[in-house]
Design a binder for this molecule. Structure first.
Ligand code: KG4
Ligand code: ZN
Length: 353
């Protein structure tokens, strides 16, 4: 029997049983990650190799260096995920891999390796959209969570408000018109001299600052529409620093960090809770690297509860890029028969599909 027929047959028997142990791979940006996840909810192993030390001296991710490092680390990271789980490929039911969005060279490493594993193990292969993966991180952390809900996906590349009607039925309700929230955190951190990755560093500095010292509010964000702009608040910070320098004045960087963080968090939460109300759903979730931000988590909890809504967010380890979330999304895709063959390709910008 050829690979495609074998994989189809295996997938049919998995769907019938309702159980699957998925080996998942994620290489969309600067983390090489592999995980083993059972039935979309239980993480058996979760290995992440971060490339932060490689990119730190350049102040951001260098795509070519990212691809090279993924090529070196993909095998040891995957082997470690299997060995930590006490399993071999023979115990795995399917392979899931991020196919996009992301850096195309980085994505290709994971997609090619996953295809090789699927072929060698005669296993079904499921390509997963990175954004679906981030949303699925909530299924790992919130027991019993089921759609429908509204999820704010905030990462280095995206700021999306998504209506999750069902596990695979997503609708984009709102998005940024310019910079992503994480990108704005990173750029402001850079002008404050905090380095890469900026988000967590800016959050730490903000702890000692006054969040009401400056108003970085952007008029665009006041509108009733569900979209964001983060380029406005970012430019306001840059202008403030520029003017202070021209006048020879000093500005308190911690106050800038705290005020910028508050302005971004306020608009993210207000627009997400409003979108949930308009969509008539009673649960709000968070996803993506920026969802590790403590002020964002606490403000979203407060605002959703004050509207009588439930709130869910991934544990810290599942907020930033990881493969466990891909294993969860992979389970639901597999169970609905959404398989990919060996023709699966990386796609730097697939939208929400
Ligand atoms: O989801 P992720 O790991 O990678 C992408 O898919 O982009 O998100 C990374 C982004 C970066 O912009 C990083 O600065 C931001 O998430 N981030 C944070 C925090 N932790 C990570 N932003 C604000 N506060 C944090 N604690
Ligand atoms: Zn991500």
């Amino acid at each position: 029997m050829d690979y495609a027929s074998y994989a189809k047959e295996k997938a049919a028997s998995i769907i019938k049983s309702g159980n699957a142990t998925v080996l998942a791979i994620e290489t969309s940006c600067d983390e090489t990650a592999a995980a083993v996840v059972k039935n979309g909810r239980t993480v058996i192993s979760n290995i992440i190799h971060s490339q932060i030390p490689i990119h730190q001296k350049y102040g951001g991710v260098v795509p070519e260096l990212a691809s090279r490092s993924h090529t070196e680390r993909i095998r040891p990271v995957t082997d470690e995920a299997l060995s930590k789980a006490g399993l071999t490929l023979k115990n795995i039911d399917a392979v899931a891999v991020t196919f996009g969005p992301g850096l195309v060279g980085a994505l290709l490493t994971g997609v090619s390796y996953a295809k090789g594993l699927a072929l060698a193990g005669k296993l079904p292969l499921v390509g997963i959209n990175h954004i679906h993966g981030h949303i699925a991180a909530n299924y790992l952390s919130c027991a019993g969570l089921e759609p429908p809900f509204v999820c704010l996906v905030v990462s280095g590349g995206h700021s999306h408000i998504v209506l999750v009607r069902d596990y695979l039925d997503l609708e984009l309700l709102g998005k940024t018109r310019d910079d992503a929230a994480g990108e704005a955190f990173d750029k402001v951190a850079r002008v404050l001299g905090l380095g890469y990755p900026g988000g967590p560093k800016l959050e730490s500095l903000a702890l000692s600052g006054d969040p009401h010292a400056f108003d970085f509010h952007s008029p665009f964000n006041s509108g009733d529409h569900p979209d964001f702009s983060f380029s406005g608040p970012k430019t306001a910070v840059i202008n403030l620093l520029h003017k202070a320098k021209q006048k020879g004045e000093t500005v308190n960087f911690a106050d800038i960090a705290a005020s910028f963080q508050l302005s971004v968090v306020k608009v993210l939460c207000a627009k997400t809770v409003r979108a949930a109300k308009l969509s008539k759903v009673s649960l709000v979730a968070l996803a993506g690297g920026v969802s590790a931000n403590k002020l964002l988590r606490s403000t979203m909890l407060e605002m959703s509860e004050s509207e009588g809504m439930k709130f869910c967010c991934p544990e810290f380890e599942y907020c930033t890029d990881n493969a466990a979330m891909i294993g969860s999304a992979g389970f639901y895709a597999l169970m609905s028969g959404r398989l990919h063959g060996l023709e699966l390709n990386a796609d730097a910008n697939p939208g929400l599909k």
